[in-house]
Design a binder for this molecule. Structure first.
Ligand SMILES: C[S@@+](CC[C@H](N)C(=O)[O-])C[C@H]1O[C@@H](n2cnc3c(N)ncnc32)[C@H](O)[C@@H]1O
Length: 645
């Protein structure tokens, strides 16, 4: 057919190219489905396909009124430290690596369970078509929107936020880990096995790292899966490679049934996936190790942000699962990837979740499996609707850092308030203060949920519940009265105690020390308790120094944010213009866009990374403003209270 103008030919070529890509994608998906089924994954009313939400692939109802168990993945398919060490091809290399790493003890670059899985992914991907996992690896994302993938220019959109430093720190530590551990190991292994590539690059490591953190879960595994009774039994992947019709049966034998009781499920309420936020909210430095964008609590440079450990919510906080382990020794929490269920996208209000079925398979008929279950009431999920799970109540800071997306007006946002180590270091009697903080196990950084603002001074006054004054019964306690408005204070008591300690002047330190001395009697075995220390600090300091320091900290926090990227109002304007441009684009028909060959150019349209950054940083500015107002009002109230005494 003759085309009316020369441009028509180009358009045809462009459209053909688009169709070609779509066909390739469909082929890859088909291969994935067949592979998953061959591996024993059961689809019971759902399928994996591209998500409408610009979120890559997702899981969708494949029939009307889908309900109950929708997908089952046998746990022998999970990639866990155990499965890596038992891999028929790579296991011996990993065993040796672990042994060597124990001897080397390279501080930061030791090989932990997570690095083990990340290295496994790096190598399997480089093996290409020789990898047993190829059909799964082929459909996994190759591009990420997490901040470690931001260009330098995009990263500047985060200047002044916690994520700015955290991203740089994370990249530095990944680089070091790649050079000292990952590359030498992976290149060595790849030179000894069948593989498409013999060398790996830093980008491969970043890819594997992102795949792990965006998809890994803490799985309450039956003990028999983690420690199979017969380690010499043919491991899962090798049996599968044989490609026999009875693959499933062979695999089942790899993990013999035990007499252990049915393992506990990990649904909402019991699964720590859903409790990660509360872990953070405890502000406990020990339990908060999953996600620490915090400044180093040791006396590092103020700007030396660390991400000592980070976690996705696919990886849940350890506590609940650990509790489960203690209560039920037949399960052990193991971090790993579970092909199939790992395609579920996040919705904080999701009505589906994953659970683990025990050795008897009483929920699914598949012993030792993970399953996706929809709790949507009758009539269930309609055909074609996406089935989401909740990754937990996550702030935009976490979502962007760990998964590469944010939620507008995220109700789970929080503000990280930290006391710079320098402020402590530069203050009077810093050593004594450090001792007090250590004694009371008070960290220097706190996560304050945005929801706290709902009960602050700027909400309706509520004087019903009177504050509790810390009383220990010593003659010197109870003199300092608390303002009746103290129940409006939105900041955690631990943060206030830490601030009181850091803000103390020399004289106050001596007074606290002398009060504690009063009640000490080492010969009688009487030493001040933590409650005594808190009470003494309260008696001497009250709240004014703490609130003044807090106001100063939040003011400088706001200045850093605004110096980096402008005011909250400027961000709001950027988003409003972007929103307008986006809706205009939506109005254009899809075919229109295909014919034009690319996205309409609109200078108001923000790139996805920039838009996510603006949403996140605007939320941070809003929170700093809100908490600063609260701190200023609290300071005013407590100064009034002191002067009226
Ligand atoms: C566990 S994977 C889910 C499957 C993934 N969509 C895929 O294509 O393989 C998690 C990733 O999915 C994407 N994702 C999940 N939920 C999302 C959401 N609500 N909005 C945007 N992206 C989302 C993010 O890229 C995230 O890092």
């Amino acid at each position: 057919m003759e085309l009316p103008d020369g441009g028509g030919g180009d358009l045809l070529v462009a459209n053909e190219a688009v169709a070609n890509v779509a066909n390739q994608e469909e082929l890859r998906l088909q291969r994935l489905r067949e592979w998953l089924q061959m591996c024993g994954v059961q689809f019971r009313g759902c399928e994996i396909k591209p998500s409408d939400e610009d979120a890559g692939l997702g899981v969708f109802a494949s029939r009307d009124n889908a309900q109950g168990v929708l997908m089952v993945t046998p746990l022998y398919l999970a990639i866990t430290p155990t499965s890596v060490m038992q891999d028929p091809d790579l296991g011996p290399y990993f065993m040796r690596l672990m042994e060597e790493s124990q001897v080397d003890d390279l501080d930061d670059d030791h090989v932990d369970d997570r690095l083990l899985i990340i290295l496994f992914l790096v190598i399997e991907r480089a093996r290409g078509r020789f990898s047993f996992w190829a059909p799964w690896l082929d459909v996994l994302p190759t591009e990420f929107r997490t901040t470690i993938f931001f260009s330098d220019e995009e990263l500047l959109e985060l200047e002044g936020t916690h994520l700015f430093q955290a991203t740089k720190t994370r990249l530095r530590s990944l680089k070091s880990s790649f050079e000292t551990r990952a590359k030498p190991f992976a290149d060595n292994v790849l030179s000894c096995i069948k593989a498409e590539r013999r060398e790996v690059e830093f980008q491969d490591f970043l890819w594997a790292n992102s795949i792990f953190w965006t998809r890994a879960k803490s799985i309450p595994c039956p003990r028999s899966v983690v420690f199979p009774d017969q380690p010499t039994v043919l491991p899962a992947s090798q049996s599968l490679q044989l490609g026999t019709a009875s693959t499933d049966l062979q695999l089942d034998k790899a993990f013999p049934e035990t007499t252990d009781s049915q393992i506990a499920t990990n649904g909402i309420g019991t699964c720590s996936e859903y409790e990660f936020d509360s872990q953070i909210a405890t502000n406990d430095i020990e339990t908060c190790s999953e996600y620490e964008l915090a400044p180093c609590p040791s006396l590092a440079d103020e700007n030396d942000m660390v991400v000592s450990e980070l976690s996705s919510d696919w990886i849940e906080a350890p506590s609940a699962a650990d509790d489960e382990d203690v209560m039920n020794p037949s399960t052990i929490s193991v971090e790993g990837l579970v092909p199939g269920i790992d395609f579920c996208n996040h919705d904080r209000m999701a009505l589906a979740l994953w659970e683990v079925d025990g050795p008897k398979g009483s929920e699914t008929g598949v012993p030792n499996s993970m399953y996706l279950v929809s709790l949507r009431p009758e009539p269930g999920v309609p055909y074609g609707e996406e089935i989401f799970i909740s990754y937990g109540s996550k702030s935009n800071e976490e979502l962007l850092f760990l998964y590469g997306f944010v939620l507008e007006d995220n109700p789970d946002d929080y503000l990280m308030i930290y006391i710079p180590a320098q402020a402590l270091e530069a203050s009077d009697c810093s050593e004594t203060k450090k001792q007090l903080l250590n004694e009371l196990k008070l960290p220097l950084r706190y996560l304050v949920p945005s929801s706290e603002l709902r009960r602050g001074f700027y909400e309706e006054l509520n004087l019903d519940s009177m504050p509790k004054i810390p009383l220990t019964g010593h003659s010197w306690t109870g003199h300092r009265k608390t303002s009746p408005l103290a129940n409006k204070v939105v900041f955690p008591e631990d943060l206030l105690t830490a601030l009181r300690i850091v803000a103390m002047g020399e004289e106050e330190v001596y007074r606290v020390a002398s009060m504690l001395e009063d009640i000490s009697d080492p010969e009688a075995g009487r030493i001040p308790t933590n409650a005594d220390i808190r009470a003494a600090v309260w008696e001497v300091c009250g709240n004014s120094g703490a609130f003044q320091l807090l106001v100063d900290l939040l003011t400088s926090n706001m200045m850093a944010l605004e110096k980096g990227t402008g005011t909250e109002a400027m961000d709001a304007e950027l988003l409003a213009k972007d929103g307008k441009a986006r809706s205009q684009i939506k109005e254009q028909s899809h075919s229109d866009r295909v014919i034009k060959g690319d996205e309409p150019s609109d200078c108001n349209l923000l790139s996805d990374n920039k838009r996510a950054s603006v949403i996140y940083r605007m939320g941070q500015k809003r929170l700093v403003r809100g908490f600063l107002q609260e701190a200023e009002m609290a300071l005013e109230v407590c100064l009034d209270h002191v002067s009226s005494d």
